[in-house]
Design a protein around this ligand. Sequence first.
Ligand SMILES: [Zn+2]
Ligand SMILES: [Zn+2]
Length: 362
Amino acid sequence: MPVLHNRISNEELKARMLAETEHRKTVSFYKYFNIADTQKFRDELYIKFYELKVFGRIYIAQEGINGQISVPDSNFEAFRDALYAADDALNGIRMNIAVDDDGKSFWVLRMKVRPKIVADGIDDPTFDPSKMGTHLKAKEFNELADNPDTIIVDMRNHYEYEVGHFQNAIEVPSDTFRDQLPMAVEMLKDQKDKNIIMYCTGGIRCEKASAYMLHNGFTNIFQLEGGIIEYARKAKEQELPLKFIGKNFVFDERLGERITDDIIAQCHVCGKPCDTHTNCKNDGCHLLFIQCESCAAELQGCCSIVCNEEKNLSAEEQRERRAGRENGMMIFNKSKDHPLRKHRDQWKQERFANIKIHQPNS
Ligand SMILES: [Zn+2]
Ligand SMILES: [Zn+2]
């Protein structure tokens, strides 16, 4: 019976990965194409990738495949051949190989069948995601970005935009991609004569977003091929001027890949220039937020004094406090209130009462 799912504990797997001596490449890829039997496709690919010590997460849906993985350098070619061979549509699929990376982002292979590779909320049967906008390579992007009749649209979330984005790019201020689609149409409805360039982290969201704009009567729709990841790689390789400033947020251990030295965000606690994302170390919070080193030291990695106190309670006391409170992974967002925000703001007021310092305008 071949191995089809992981059965080893997370700690053990992480320890094994850290004990590896061989360097790993961090690779992301996606492709929209029709997969008839998703479970069969998934299982066959899992067996091959498991043998090649591929770690990471791969989503498979009827509409295609989307993966962020790491692979030992010596297995890279075998991995690529296996992926190319999995379907005709995947032969020659573009892969983004992360720059500035130690390859230690993943320690287990998770492969899941899902309804969609990117949830879009679109149930219009006349929508054809294969009719997408014109792809732009890094050089073409730079040229079109310099055109005064161009609008650059960031299709990522606020916390991603916050630490790094293209110069002059506008945000589509919603929490979810499915809400961003109709919002982008509404925001840009009077700009149909302009060139609209859409971009996201790796390009996968904009394949759909650009198709959706065309579906809604826009004509000059462009998208950055391979997203920020590919742009950064190509721009550096070809020594093009970098129009992206700051950090490219990625959802792995590193929580971001630095593109330029510019720090465009602030610590959410003290307001000092900072673009390091972290999760609050209080297990009852886990808020994803930006925190500088000195605030991290002072609060033991917690988002607030309230969380810091809670973290230092006994396990039993922590459980009691958490009972009945809404939990789960939270992400700092300007449009949403953190449940502990009131306490945090109060603490900030007290803390800064006697010090004249730049206050964050969060
Ligand atoms: Zn700080
Ligand atoms: Zn917290």
